[in-house]
Structures are given as C-alpha cells and as structure tokens.
Design a protein around this ligand. Sequence first.
Ligand SMILES: C[S@@+](CC[C@H](N)C(=O)[O-])C[C@H]1O[C@@H](n2cnc3c(N)ncnc32)[C@H](O)[C@@H]1O
Length: 350
Amino acid sequence: MHSVCYVWGTGSLSEKFVDRDWPFEINAFVDPNKTGSFLALPVISPEQLAGKRFDLLVISSSFVSEIAARLGSLNIDLNKVFVFKSSVLELIPLSEFVEIQGGKQYHLPWRSQLNRVHNSLSSDIVFPDVYQELAKSVGYAHIASVEGDLAEFGTCSGFTASLIAYSIQYYSDNLGKHETIHGQEPRKLHLFDSFEGFPESTQEADINSPHVQSGAWGEGTARGLNEQELVSLCSQFLSKERIKTYPGWYKDTLQIIEADTRFAFVHIDCDLYESTIDVLKHLFSERLISEGAILLFDNWFCNRASDSYGEQRAWSEICSMFEIQHTNLGMYACVGNRIVVHDYNKRITK
Ligand SMILES: C[S@@+](CC[C@H](N)C(=O)[O-])C[C@H]1O[C@@H](n2cnc3c(N)ncnc32)[C@H](O)[C@@H]1O
C-alpha cells in the first residue's frame, strides 16, 4: 500500500533525514515560514497539512515541543506523528516523548532512549548492570556530598555518557537542596574522547595484552558518535551548559581541564594501559580527585583479569606512585571494578 508521508522541517536535519533509505516516499515538506520547494518537493503550510489525509508525519526539527503544540491546535492525529532523532537515526513515536520543564521541551524517557542506543549498537559491550552501577555511583557522589564534577574517559556510542547525564539530572532534581546545603554548585559532566577510536598501542603492557593482540582494541576500533552527536544525545537529559567535551587524545586534552575543577566521579572506559595511566597520572598529580571520589573502571577484569595489562595495571602503578588510600568496592557487571579514594599524597607531581 502506498503511504502518504509529510516531513515537518526544511533544515539540515531534513537533509540528513532524506539521506536515509526509508520504506516510504515523501509527498511534501511542511514549514510555517517557507513556500515553494525543498529538495525538489513542494513545501506546504501547517494549515494546508491539516486539510490533508496522511499516514505518517515526521518531525524533522529540534523544535519538537512547539511543533507538537501547533499540531494539537490544528487537531492533527498525533498517533501518526513520529520524530526523527538524528543521534540514533530512527523514527520515534511522538507519544513516547514526555513533557518536562513546564511543557517547554519534550524528552524521550531515558530507558527507552538508552534501549534504542543499545539496540543500534549491535554489540554486547553494554549490560543492564553497567547502567545500574553507574547510576548508583552517580547517586553515591551526590548523596555522600563528594565535592565536584563527573567525568567520563571513553564515550564511543554515548551509551554510558547519556546514562550518567540522565543520572546527574535525576539526582540534581531530587537532591538540589541537599547539594546547596553542602555548597555544591550544579555538577557538570566532562566527556573525553578522541572521537577517532583507540590510539595505536605503543607500550609493552598494551602491545602484549590479549585484547590488543586479538585486534579487539586495535587502532581506530571503538569509534562511535562524533562530538556533536554525543552532545545532542546527552543534552536530552542534562542541559548543554553542564556538558563539556574534550575532543582529542587524553595526553593533550587533560591539559585544558581548568585548575579549580574537582572530580567526585570518574568513569574510566578507555581500556588500554597507556590511556588509563595518562588519565590517572594527570588527575592525581594535579589534585583533581576529591576525597571520597568514586572511580569506575569498566574494563578492569579484561585481558583474563591479569594485572599485567590495561586499567588494572595502570591503577596499581598509580596507587604506589601517589600512596593512594582507597577502598576497593569490587566487581560490577562482567569486567568492571569500583574504587573509592580516601586520600593520597598530594605533594607528588608528575
Ligand atoms: C570501550 S570505548 C567506550 C565505550 C563507551 N563508554 C560507550 O558507552 O559506548 C573506548 C573509548 O575510549 C576512547 N579512547 C581510548 N583511548 C583514548 C585516548 N588515549 N585518548 C582519547 N580517547 C581514547 C576511544 O576513542 C573509545 O571511544
């Protein structure tokens, strides 16, 4: 059966939308401020749309809330309306969006959004326990009043970053007063990635590791969302002003962290020994790790749990270097490990 489809929006998002192979043809575009044609198809007004019969209307614009309100006032059947989410390149029913912040924005419920990201990965690297543990640890940092922001090293698909973003907003909403009493500013999320996948391994501890030997952690693998896509995904949960991205290799981008930054939570998901040691050496030597900070190592037990490789080796060297007093909270998910830092020798520099 031939479907009648209209697309609301004549911007770059619509160009991205038509680039994909959809199982339907587009009849026309809808735009309240434009007439004529767009991408060789007619552009009609919302009022003209209201007089037409159609099977599918795609919102291809970031003004989902405003457009949804306009459609409501034109008595258009919202069950036929879908939103094009460029971050996951999918059509999502408008009915799955929830209204928040006084009706000004529509946000997709986080679980549904994360499931979509997860499904679009066609990979088994993420598990429900990972996001439960991350969410709990974001909660720990807030409830235990550990000073500072949150950071992730290794963003790739944005799956864990978006979960952390969601959790920060959740705890900010629920513990705002508690945070203010403890003098805590609204917490930011700092996201670090090359956006080019893994670097080439240069250290023996990486070159000889089973995961590098097998090619699983080879140069250029684990390349995921680009910076803009990552921000667009995470800002569905946490406002853009509270998200800071650092594109590039850690050894370079660590240098631009502002000196008065402190971290209450660090998610280390960069797997390699060299990447991890670069991160830890900088964070501890610059005294950026707060008392009580929680460090989550996503790949601690990779490489057959050997302490000769990866995150585990990096931590053991950093521990001796900075005389770190800590509690090892133990394994989570399949290969992760959590640690809380109590104190360390702050006189040691790189
Ligand atoms: C396993 S993936 C992260 C998975 C991610 N947390 C997710 O939810 O999909 C590892 C990431 O670390 C990044 N990475 C590893 N070493 C890096 C380095 N030295 N500098 C910058 N990025 C690095 C890679 O680009 C890759 O995106």
